[in-house]
Design a binder for this molecule. Structure first.
Ligand SMILES: Cc1cc2nc3c(=O)[nH]c(=O)nc-3n(C[C@H](O)[C@H](O)[C@H](O)COP(=O)(O)OP(=O)(O)OC[C@H]3O[C@@H](n4cnc5c(N)ncnc54)[C@H](O)[C@@H]3O)c2cc1C
Length: 249
């Protein structure tokens, strides 16, 4: 739109809640190359102006002049009414494998539901994604209709920025190793997240095949060789075959 853009991020890197440092650094570079004045570790305290927006005041007291503000700061789950009704929970409402709360006949789904997640070593977490909200809705509908199936949907996300299509499979919570597959400068690469040798998530940038086979690797609980993973010339299909043939059922 040919406008000057300043992006303030209060944490020390972009995408820090969903991606590793390699990916954050890559996206920060891309935004800067596209003319975005990206500032990390900066918190906005207030929007200032008389009759209209004139600037934003930062936590250090300085004011940056702007003509318009786009706020994209996430949500705080609206758990108050359910907690007041006696449902167990805190930051999220605790639900069982059918999304039932501790209050009889009351379910919770989506951003406000905290559940033991099979894909995060059963840690109790909330997942903020459209996929999770939709799939939990289906889980509840089936339970209400007398066809209960425990919630085990595989988590996946996407994000389109410029010409970059980011597809994420799995949850990277607790990873202890990352493997970059391909060259970041090619704008076609993946970052795999491993936990004690097991692949638990993969971020794929313009790399749909990696996403498809990476997802299969994660679902299989595979322990692919990091060295093989890091070589794009070795097909993910072959890595899948190799890793699953060595993975105990
Ligand atoms: C900036 C931003 C970017 C995002 N980008 C992505 C993305 O790229 N991909 C992705 O998968 N997900 C993304 N998400 C997350 C996604 O939007 C949410 O996970 C999804 O909308 C959750 O659905 P939900 O139904 O649980 O909650 P919501 O969509 O928030 O719906 C809850 C509704 O309940 C209403 N409500 C709250 N309390 C009450 C009450 N007491 N009584 C009646 N109504 C009430 C609220 O007003 C709201 O309309 C993004 C979220 C944000 C904030």
């Amino acid at each position: 739109m040919d406008v000057d853009v300043v992006l303030f991020e209060s944490l020390d890197r972009v995408l820090s809640r969903v991606a590793g440092t390699e990916l954050s650094a890559f996206y920060e570079t891309v935004h800067r190359e596209n003319g975005v004045d990206l500032r990390t570790g900066v918190t906005v305290d207030a929007i200032v102006g008389e009759d209209r927006v004139e600037g934003v005041r930062l936590s250090d007291g300085s004011i940056v002049a702007v003509e318009a503000v786009v706020v994209g700061i996430g949500i705080v789950p609206s758990v108050g009414p359910l907690l007041a009704a006696g449902a167990e929970g805190g930051n999220g409402i605790l639900v069982d494998e059918y999304c039932r709360t501790s209050v009889p006949d009351v379910y919770a789904i989506g951003d406000c539901a905290a559940f033991s997640c099979l894909h995060a070593d059963k840690a109790v977490i909330r997942v903020e994604s459209v996929q999770n909200a939709n799939d939990q809705a289906s889980c509840v509908a089936r339970h209400i209709c007398g066809d209960p199936v425990p919630y085990q949907a595989f988590p996946w996300f996407w994000s389109n920025q410029y010409d970059l299509r980011l597809q994420t499979a799995g949850l990277s919570i607790g990873y202890d190793e990352t493997v970059v597959r391909g060259q970041l400068s090619d704008r076609e690469f993946s970052v795999a997240y491993l936990k004690r040798g097991r692949i638990i998530a993969i971020d794929c940038i313009n790399a749909t095949k990696d996403y498809v086979y990476g997802r299969k690797l994660i679902e299989a609980g595979a322990r692919p060789s990091p060295s093989e993973l890091s070589k794009p010339e070795i097909q993910m299909k072959d890595i899948l075959q190799d890793a699953t043939s060595h993975t105990p059922a």
